[in-house]
Design a protein around this ligand. Structure first.
Ligand SMILES: [Zn+2]
Length: 91
């Protein structure tokens, strides 16, 4: 089996690969490399997830459930320790 593609080359093409703007032929070469090379697989996977998160954030605001959870946590904190931004009144 010949490895035409090097890790360096892969990294250079990675963003295009994830953007799916690549030539199908190059893309399948990169795909093959990811399947064979654990290092690049990890990098590809991590970058892909990060990009998805960013794209998701652009497309829609923070989901209500998460907002509510944050608010609940904040309210709980305030109830326990008083408002974050204000000093506790001196006793
Ligand atoms: Zn590699």
């Amino acid at each position: 089996m010949t490895r035409l593609l090097t890790c360096k080359r892969f990294l250079q093409e990675l963003t295009d690969y994830l953007d799916e703007t690549l030539d199908p032929e190059v893309r399948s070469e990169l795909q093959r490399h990811v399947n064979e090379c654990p290092n690049c697989w990890v990098i590809c996977n991590t970058t892909e997830k990060t990009l998805k998160v960013f794209k998701g954030m652009e497309a829609k605001p923070v989901p209500e459930a998460i907002q509510k959870r944050l608010l609940d946590a904040l309210e709980k904190r305030i109830a326990e320790r008083g408002p974050i931004c204000e000093k506790k009144p001196q006793a």
